[in-house]
Design a protein. Structure first.
Length: 318
């Protein structure tokens, strides 16, 4: 690449960008926070960078060569495609798009423009996830046959916080899209291409316009079966992730913790203090040095495929 630095435009100034993405960009030594696009300019003033309220105007700035898309899900595809077509590299928040068709359009735009498209499934960068993948490849648990994942919490957008997540027109769906996508992506990372999906979605507790729970069963071409159960109606938080093989088991519970239990024993693999930083760094290294991208548009596409198959599988919607 001609430039040795990525000058970033960050779209959105919510919790994720303020607490993780922008600090990651400021810390990454070949990144510069150049501009912020937001509907609320007052939230961005203290960064001391260019502030835009219109994407077209922002993309007239030729100094911008990378964009982090952190808007609500319904804007991911149109914004990412606009940026890619105008020659910018794009790192997009998850889930990639509202549906599989949109996701494919994003990948096609990146390929046509010859630009890098990454998706922020940052859990792929967790040291214990990398170790678990290594153990699987070494045959530590024999042949993997079953993965069991649960992620339960309570979410009702109290006091309007992240209320857009309860609007299907903006978020696509409830916990399936928000927390389920991360877990589905990890299953795809561990086991390859999925081949079949069956699921149930419903509103068991909250009368919201998106589901408050989803249970997804994914069959992989390797015959591994993954079960992902995500809920927004449990006051007992769970973050369980287990992989069962013919000769043993990997336990990554809690997924967001540092502990990995395997036939090799109990091992601790702390994450970075900013869990977005390794994802941002991997993207920069990919753009500038050609390092393989851990989470690309092509890999993230499979999560949107699973989501679409989930909705087509006869699952009830609210």
């Amino acid at each position: 690449m001609e430039n040795s630095v990525l000058n970033w435009l960050v779209i959105g100034i919510g919790d994720i960008t303020a607490k993780r993405v922008i600090p990651a960009i400021l810390r990454e030594n070949r990144s510069r926070l150049h501009a912020i696009l937001t509907r609320h300019p007052e939230k961005a003033k203290h960064y001391g960078v260019e502030i835009f309220t219109d994407l077209s105007a922002a993309l007239e700035d030729a100094r911008i060569n990378a964009v982090y898309v952190a808007s609500p899900v319904y804007l991911h595809a149109p914004q990412a495609i606009s940026c890619l077509r105008l020659g910018r590299h794009v790192l997009c928040e998850k889930p990639m798009a509202m549906n599989y068709t949109e996701a494919k359009s994003m990948v096609a735009a990146a390929q046509s423009a010859g630009r890098t498209l990454g998706v922020a499934y940052y859990r792929r960068t967790y040291p214990k996830v990398q170790r678990a993948l290594q153990l699987i490849e070494q045959g530590a648990i024999g042949r993997p046959v079953l993965a069991s994942i649960t992620c339960h919490d309570w979410f009702t957008a109290e006091e309007g916080r992240r209320a857009w997540l309860l609007e299907p027109e903006k978020a696509g769906g409830g916990p399936l899209y928000d927390i389920g996508s991360h877990r589905i992506d990890l299953l795809n990372y561990f086991f390859g291409d999925p081949s079949e999906v069956r699921a149930l979605l419903s509103n068991a507790v909250h009368p919201t316009r998106v589901e408050d729970n989803a249970t997804v069963v994914i069959e992989y071409k390797s015959k591994v079966r993954g079960i992902v159960d995500v809920r927004w109606h449990s006051r007992v938080s769970r973050d369980e992730f287990r992989i069962i093989g013919t000769e043993g088991e990997l336990d990554l519970t809690p997924l967001n913790g540092s502990l990995l239990v395997s036939p090799a024993g109990r091992e601790e693999f702390p994450t970075d203090s900013n869990i977005h930083f390794p994802c941002v760094k991997n993207f920069v290294d990919s753009v500038l040095d050609g390092v393989p991208l851990l989470s690309s548009g092509e890999t993230a596409l499979w999560t949107d495929w699973v989501t679409q198959k989930t909705l087509e599988s006869g699952a009830s919607r609210p």
